[in-house]
Each structure stands twice: as structure tokens, then as C-alpha cells.
Write a protein that binds this ligand. Structure first.
Ligand SMILES: Cc1ncc(COP(=O)(O)O)c(C=O)c1O
Length: 359
């Protein structure tokens, strides 16, 4: 499903940083934060240790805690919801759109209460959420956190990139993501100048230049060597996205019209980042068994929606129905779409999927 890139320039950047003995709190992290912010149409970027801690820190930055409700999708990676629990607030699960699989505006409105303080909008699989979510949040004084862990380089209808839309956005650099840093890693970005200084401080125990703490943070800092690798990867990202989009277009052309599947749709006037290419199928087991036989990796995202996972056994929505999420979650089969696939591999995947679905 993923094959991270590693080349001489990345190796040299890593070695140079190690040789400098400046392993933490140095120039690489600063430069990576600022270059990533520029790339993402944000005013500031703060590198950190993972997408999961970025989400937790974003909630702290927005002063969300006990008594507050945060609206989240259930069709997503577990961290989107558990960060809310870790912050002491309550995740409220809302359904997704039937066509684009991102958080649904009508479902958000239905779930809104006077305690709703934020939404965490996941740009799922690299698909941008509806731009109208921004206005809805503004109209109701609700903070907008982007979970952009899967969306490096995706572009919204308003022309802004993932990371430049919400109050705070959170990225992951886990090795399977569109951009990686040679280990674990994450980034927070913001378009709000009033949050920028606190964002940097929060990953460093809320300390100022005189080492005095002003709020409760933690050591969430990214290592210099990871930042150095990330900076080189960032230079390659647009080229890699072109390749992902090319592969997705090949799949679209080949699979259109096949019976028993729905293809992933791209929201009009946006650019998808194709972190995952998921087919919505009637019989996921049959498709996966066939792919397996042909030596092709696949995954189901996300077989058990979060509100139904044991960690939320005591949550009031544990047995509640989210009709669209519940009906599609176990039927979304992701096939490889990463930028390192060769043309022969893409054709092998195309022929195998077509063979299984026309059998
Ligand atoms: C949607 C989403 N949110 C959050 C995360 C958490 O990122 P990390 O694994 O870097 O903690 C991920 C990573 O898989 C993700 O896909």
C-alpha cells in the first residue's frame, strides 16, 4: 500500500544534521515549519512528533476541554476521536456525505448544541471537505480543526491547500503518508497569527525564550534529523502528487462502468491528494481475496467505525446508527495508489481488479 521515498539528497540531509550534533531544537525544524506553512497557505507551521499529538495540541491551543463537545466523523482513523477524549472533552460522532465520504454539513447542524466548541474535519483519503464547513463554523463561533493527516497538497474549492483552511490543521508524516520524515512525525499549521506563538510554545512545554512556562504543554518536538528529511521530501511532494493523480485517472478510466462498485468521486473544483484510492464494493472479501492471489496489497478503511469500537463502549453513541458510515465502512477497499508504483504495477492492478469484477 505504501513505499516511502528515500534518496541521496535525503540521506545526505540526514547525515549532515547528525554530523552537526544539533539534534533537537535547531534550524531544520524552524525551516521545515516555515516551508511547510508556505506550501500549505498557512501563516505558521510547527513540526511535532505525530499527527495524533498534533490533534491533541490543537485542542489545547483552542482551549477545548471538559464540558465541551467536538464534532468528529466516525469513518476515520482512531486518533481523530481519541484526541478529544484525551483533552477531557466529548467527541460527538456525525455521519458523512454519501458521495464524498467527508463530514456532512446537515449532520453537523443536527448535532450542534450550545456545548459544541469545535469540529475536526477529516479530509478523508485526500479528499477536501466541503468549503461550506468554514462558513458554518464562522457563523456559529465554532473552531475548525482540519485533520489533514491524509491530505498533504490537496486543494479546496477556494484555491487554498489543506492546512490553510481551518483555525488549526494537523498533518501526519507516518511512513505511509504522502510525505514522510524517516520515522514518526507530524505538523500543526494555522492561518491565525494570534495562535502562532502559542503553537510553537505548546510543543515545548509552553515555555518562552526565558524558559518560563505559560501554559501546560509537553515535549512534542520533532527531531532535527526528521525535519531535515521532511524538507527534502517537501520539495518532491508536488511531483509525487502528479503521479498519484495520474494513477487515479488510470483507475477511473479502467473501472468506470464495472458492475458492483462505486468509484471514489472528486469534489468539483478541488484537487484530491489521493492518499488512498478506495473502491466501494458489494463484496469486499471476494475482491480482497482475488487481489491477494495476485500479490496485490489492499486494506479496508475503516472496517469498524470509531463509535462502534470498544474504546467507546460507554459512549452514548456506541449503539447509535450513522446510516451512511455504517453502510459503507466495511465495503471501502483501498488499492495501492502511491507515487512509486511502476506503470507495469498499475496495469497489473487494473487487469486484476477488472478480472475479479467481471468474473
Ligand atoms: C485521518 C488521520 N488522523 C490522524 C492520524 C494520526 O497520525 P499519526 O499516525 O502520525 O499519529 C492519522 C494517521 O494514520 C490519520 O490517517
Amino acid at each position: 500500500m505504501a513505499r516511502p521515498s528515500w534518496d541521496d539528497e535525503m540521506r545526505q540531509a540526514a547525515m549532515k544534521t547528525l554530523d552537526s550534533l544539533h539534534w533537537v531544537k535547531g534550524p531544520q525544524g524552524k525551516a521545515f515549519g516555515s516551508e511547510f506553512a508556505t506550501y500549505s497557505d498557512a501563516v505558521q507551521g510547527t513540526p511535532c512528533q505525530s499527527g495524533s499529538v498534533a490533534l491533541w495540541a490543537a485542542l489545547r491551543l483552542l482551549e477545548i476541554g471538559p464540558g465541551d463537545e467536538v464534532l468528529v466523523p466516525s469513518l476515520t482513523y482512531i486518533a481523530t476521536a481519541t484526541c478529544v477524549s484525551l483533552a477531557g472533552a466529548t467527541p460527538v460522532f456525525v455521519d458523512v456525505e454519501s458521495d464524498y465520504w467527508c463530514m456532512d454539513l446537515a449532520a453537523l447542524e443536527a448535532a450542534r448544541t450550545p456545548n459544541t466548541k469545535a469540529i475536526i474535519a477529516v479530509h478523508l483519503f485526500g479528499q477536501m471537505c466541503d468549503d461550506d464547513l468554514v462558513k458554518w463554523c464562522d457563523d456559529h463561533g465554532i473552531a475548525y480543526i482540519e485533520d489533514a493527516a491524509q491530505a498533504h497538497g490537496a486543494v479546496a474549492r477556494n484555491g487554498k491547500k489543506a492546512g490553510g483552511i481551518g483555525d488549526v490543521a494537523c498533518f501526519s508524516f507516518f511512513p505511509s503518508k504522502n510525505l514522510a520524515v524517516g520515522g514518526e512525525g507530524g505538523m500543526m499549521t494555522t492561518r491565525r497569527t494570534d495562535l502562532a506563538a502559542r503553537m510553537d510554545a505548546l510543543v515545548n512545554h509552553g515555555r518562552d525564550a526565558r524558559l518560563e512556562s505559560h501554559e501546560v504543554g509537553s515535549n512534542l518536538r520533532m527531531s532535527e534529523v526528521s525535519a531535515a528529511i521532511g524538507r527534502v521530501q517537501l520539495k518532491r511532494l508536488d511531483r509525487w502528487l502528479v503521479r498519484r493523480r495520474e494513477i487515479a485517472a488510470t483507475y477511473h478510466a479502467a473501472f468506470e462502468g464495472l458492475n458492483g462498485i462505486l468509484l471514489p468521486r472528486v469534489r468539483p473544483d478541488t484537487k484530491h491528494a489521493w492518499h488512498q484510492y478506495c473502491l466501494l464494493v458489494e463484496d469486499p472479501d471476494a475482491l480482497r481475496a482475488g487481489l491477494d492471489q495476485a500479490n496485490i496489497d489492499s486494506r479496508v478503511y475503516y472496517a469498524t467505525p470509531i463509535h462502534r469500537q470498544q474504546v467507546y463502549a460507554d459512549h452514548p453513541q456506541f449503539a447509535a446508527e450513522l446510516p451512511i458510515t455504517d453502510s459503507i465502512a466495511h465495503r471501502l477497499v483501498a488499492i495501492p495508489v502511491h507515487h512509486q508504483l511502476s506503470e507495469a504495477e498499475v496495469q497489473h492492478i487494473v487487469q486484476t481488479v477488472c478480472g475479479i469484477l467481471t468474473a
